[in-house]
Design a protein around this ligand. Structure first.
Ligand SMILES: [Zn+2]
Length: 277
C-alpha cells in the first residue's frame, strides 16, 4: 500500500515526465467511482489541451496544477502507480486512465484493485477545499515537529500506532512506516499515545524514528521509475514490517512478533519494544 515514500516517488516521477508538457488526449477512468462522480466526458473536458504546470504532494495525495487554473488530485489507494509509456509501447496491465503528452509519451494511472481516485476539477483551489484533502494533517516528512507530534498524541485516547497512522494527525504514515518508526523508537505499538506524549525522551525518539523510516523508504525507491510495493513481492529492506517469526535485526534475541491493533497487523520485537506496564 503506497505511503509517503511511495507517493513521493510517484509524484516526483510524474513531475519529471509531465511538467511543461501539454495533455493532448485523455482516456478517462472506467467509472465514476474513481472520479468522485465526474462523468467520463467532463473528466476529459477538464484536462485535455492543458499544459501541466506543477505537481505537489499533500500527505498521500498528489495534486497537479494545469493551465487555466484546472487541477487533478490523484490518490493511489491500495495499489495505484503512475507509469510513463514510450510511443508505440504497450500500456501496463490495469491501466485505468491514460494521459497522452505532446511529446508522444503517455502517462498511465495503473491500479489493479481500483481503490485509487482521480479528481479532475475546473479550479485547482477546489482540490484543497475538498474534505478528504483539507483534513490532511502536517506532512510527516516536511512539516511534523516534535511539539506538533506531542500535541497530536496528547489529544487522543488511542494507541500510539493508531494515532500516527491517522492522516489527520500525521500525514503520509501508514502501517509499514508506523511499524518501522515504532521499532526504531523502541516503543510497543499498543502504548497509549498520551503516554508517549508525556515522555519527552520517547517522544523525540518517535519523531526521529518516523523521519528515519520514511527516509529509508525514499532511499529504496531512488531512481526507480515505478515503485514495486513489498506486498507485491519486492525484497524486504525493512526491520520489523513483514518479518514476523524472523529474528530481530537489532537485539538478535527475540523473534519479531505480531499483534492486531485497530484491525491492522503490527509487527514488533518483544525484547526491544516491551509491553506498556
Ligand atoms: Zn529486538
Amino acid at each position: 500500500v503506497p505511503e509517503l515514500p511511495e507517493v513521493e516517488t510517484n509524484a516526483s516521477n510524474l513531475a519529471r515526465w509531465a511538467v511543461g508538457r501539454r495533455v493532448v488526449a485523455v482516456e478517462p477512468p472506467p467509472g465514476v467511482r474513481e472520479t468522485g462522480g465526474v462523468s467520463r466526458r467532463a473528466f476529459v473536458a477538464r484536462l485535455r489541451g492543458r499544459r501541466i504546470l506543477a505537481v505537489r504532494r499533500r500527505g498521500k495525495w498528489i495534486l497537479v496544477a494545469l493551465e487555466g487554473r484546472a487541477g487533478l488530485g490523484l490518490h493511489l489507494g491500495m495499489t495505484g502507480k503512475i507509469a510513463c509509456v514510450a510511443p508505440g509501447a504497450e500500456l501496463p496491465r490495469f491501466s485505468r486512465a491514460v494521459f497522452e503528452l505532446d511529446d508522444g509519451r503517455r502517462v498511465a494511472f495503473v491500479d489493479s484493485r481500483r481503490f485509487g481516485r482521480l479528481l479532475a476539477v475546473p479550479r485547482f483551489a477546489e482540490l484543497e477545499s475538498r474534505k478528504e484533502i483539507r483534513q490532511v494533517g502536517p506532512d510527516a516528512l516536511s512539516e511534523l515537529t516534535v511539539a506538533g507530534l506531542g500535541a497530536a498524541l496528547a489529544g487522543t485516547k488511542r494507541s500510539v500506532k493508531e494515532a500516527i497512522m491517522d492522516q489527520r494527525l500525521v500525514a503520509g504514515v501508514g502501517n509499514l512506516y508506523a511499524t518501522e518508526a515504532l521499532w526504531r523508537a523502541r516503543i510497543h505499538p499498543a502504548t497509549p499515545a498520551r503516554r508517549v506524549a508525556a515522555d519527552a525522551r520517547r517522544l523525540r525518539a518517535l519523531h526521529v524514528g518516523i523521519l528515519a523510516a520514511l527516509r529509508q523508504g525514499l532511499a529504496v525507491y531512488q531512481g526507480v521509475d515505478v515503485p514495486e510495493y513489498l506486498e507485491e513481492g519486492a525484497p524486504n529492506p525493512f526491520f520489523a514490517y513483514d518479518r514476523v517469526g524472523l529474528r530481530c535485526r537489532r537485539c538478535r534475541l527475540s523473534l519479531v512478533a505480531a499483534l492486531v491493533i485497530g484491525g491492522r497487523t503490527s509487527a514488533y520485537c518483544p525484547t526491544c519494544q516491551p509491553a506498556p506496564g
